[in-house]
Ligand binder design. Sequence first.
Ligand code: SDX
Length: 431
Amino acid sequence: MADMTKTATLSFGDTSLELPVHSPTAGPDVIDIRKLYAQGGVFTYDPGFTSTASCDSTITYIDGDKGELLHRGYPIDQLAEKSHYLEVCYLLLYGELPSAEQLEDFECRVTNHTMLHEQMQNFFRGFRRDAHPMAIMVGVVGAMSAFYHDSTDITDPWHREVASIRLIAKMPTIAAWAYKYSIGQPMVYPRNDLDYASNFLRMCFAVPAEDYVVNPIFARAMDRIFTLHADHEQNASTSTVRLAASSGANPFACIAAGIACLWGPAHGGANQACLEMLREIGTVDQIPEYIERAKDKDDPFRLMGFGHRVYKNFDPRAKVMKQSADEVLELLGVEDNPTLQVAKELERIALEDPYFVDKKLYPNVDFYSGIILDALGFPTAMFTPIFALSRTVGWISQWKEMIADPQMKIGRPRQLYMGETRRDYVDVENR
Ligand code: SDX
């Protein structure tokens, strides 16, 4: 914990409390309210945790006003341009960029854990063909807790290490097999001679009937999407993983909980919802109608891929994603892709509209990612599984950080109770 010399005075009624203030290495100070209830007999109230720091962390820093995202201090745009996903995984997990030897060892360990226990194929076959791949991922990742007993003792650092490597390594296989099952094609096994992104593309798009050669441009775009989604501070799904893990639950089960939370359209599910929205808008001339609907309080419609709890300026990931979308579609010769044209015009119009400007609503990570994934050949149902695959390293890194913290306690928020006060039971004949 940082500096303990500063304090905040909180006065209410006859009570006045001096609360410690901690200063971070970056970002706002925090007022330590851990003793507030014991000393003051009151709770704080913060539904949605808009003003609450749930933990201290050294992994990812976001400055929503500056549109800044740092992983262990390195800006996301530099990592997206100069690094690659498994190197970012190493950075998130261990705190420093690896040496060439460390990177080779890490990549070798991940590569050699990409296969699933053969019996796990039965879980895929237990789902209906039209099951959403996120439903399958929640189920199969949760089922890993029944298969890998040699990496579930969370008090053992080596178990934590093995569980981390297994999850990072196996998520592409699980996501790819969920896709293959949904389209009635045979599952394709991972190959150890392919890099992480190429392996995933091949498992998704190869068929036994013919050779499949990964397009290096696709692989680079895929890897960049993985990197841009890797971690994002204490977002809803990461907070879910932390809360689940705070009870000492099985690491695979905790990641399954994170996948379930990410699925929601307000969170990771927005990439699928955004592309479906862009397709529904269809053409540039339809945009004004949807802009008006997004502004109408009586209409539940929102611009998917727009807005963010933290970024009140641009989302730095959206900027990189937009560049990548331009590159991929140009290389594919579809730079006039109607969905991309609608997205660009929608962004331009929205960012000139006072409603969006005043509410600081900008494109987020989900606004352009679906356009790239669509161009790579993925159906919209696979967009969120790809987000989950990418974010697994973030969940795992935050999980490891919390479990290794000797101060870790089970998460147990309180409430503002607005229900009935005590009353006695009334027999049914007297009601
Ligand atoms: C992700 O937390 C993370 O870091 C998440 C994430 C990560 O990497 O983990 O970045 C990934 O989840 C990105 C967000 C993806 N979701 C979407 O694109 C769905 C559309 N966006 C909205 O649902 C919304 O913007 C949220 C959920 C993202 C943020 O909501 P907040 O911060 O709780 O803001 P809010 O709902 O209180 O909205 C503030 C105002 C409201 O108007 P008023 O009630 O003040 O009049 O802005 C409006 C909202 O109605 N608003 C929108 C809008 N988003 C907010 N209006 C139209 N379209 C939108 N998209």
